[in-house]
Ligand binder design. Structure first.
Ligand SMILES: [Zn+2]
Length: 260
């Protein structure tokens, strides 16, 4: 699903490694936390190299590395100087808007080849043929001729048998509702990424999570609240609140998770 994002590959092996979240040079598992700057994450999408390999190849000293080049920010239409985003020691992570953008880029899904359809009484349920199918669930009540989902627009969904299903105003739904109605369980098919830390600090340009306790190296497919569950377990273990930053395809949630 990632290969469409990889622009600078040299060989099929590079492409395979990139898609498997492995470094194109050393073959080790890629960690988002291993990149020492935003620029190096951008570079990753060009050359597929992990953070440590980039530093070795470019001769970067991660201790002193700072990005001094002005960067044009598309959103604010201004130039800004970017600074280090991540440290190499994995001890803290700065969640800036740019980091969020990169995460969403890593979470981008390829085009869904077709949808599975379940007819249940008057209900039509559709879900995408994709690893994180839980993020691509749609619902329509057959009796409703003026449904307001997607602003009432008529959407076309390719089906497995090659036909096209046109639905007026379908709703983007969720696996919990679909499971309750149809019994089909996609509740563990969400793409999520979480950071759990002992401390959560606010900065003007984002949040800093200090003393990382757990989380993901790369977006994973699991339950929608996979991050919350792990944070809760850690909070209970420690007997104190922990900071949680969790991303899903739909958005992000940040806050403290208290022990029970
Ligand atoms: Zn590497």
């Amino acid at each position: 699903m990632k290969r469409e994002l990889f622009t600078g590959y040299q060989s099929e092996r590079d492409l395979e490694r990139f898609e498997a979240n492995l470094c194109t040079l050393c073959g080790k598992k890629i960690s988002l936390l291993g990149f020492c700057s935003e620029a190096s994450v951008y570079d990753y999408f060009r050359n597929g190299m992990c953070g440590p390999c980039q530093q070795a190849v470019y001769g970067i000293d991660p201790e002193t590395f700072q990005i001094a080049e002005p960067f044009f920010d598309e959103e604010s239409r201004t130039h800004e100087v970017r600074y280090n985003l991540l440290t190499l020691d994995d001890d803290y992570i700065h969640i800036s808007q740019s980091f969020a953008n990169l995460l969403y880029r890593a979470m981008e899904t390829k085009e869904i080849p077709y949808y599975h359809m379940i007819e249940h009484g008057n209900q039509i349920w559709l879900y995408g043929e994709i690893e994180n199918a839980g993020d691509h669930v749609f619902f329509k009540d057959k009796r409703s001729t003026k449904s307001d989902g997607f602003g009432g627009a008529t959407l076309t969904f390719p089906l497995e048998d090659g036909s096209m299903m046109r639905l007026q105003g379908p709703w983007h739904s969720n696996p919990d509702s679909m499971k309750a109605q149809t019994g089909v369980d996609l509740t563990k098919r969400h793409l999520t990424f979480s950071i759990i830390a002992r401390q959560r600090l606010h900065s003007r340009r984002g949040e800093v999570y200090n003393e990382i306790l757990g989380g993901d190296d790369w977006p994973v497919v699991d339950e929608f609240d996979f991050g919350e569950k792990r944070a809760k377990a850690l909070a209970n273990n420690l007997g104190e609140p922990v900071g949680l930053c969790t991303y899903s395809v739909g958005g992000s949630r940040m806050g403290m998770v208290k022990p029970d």
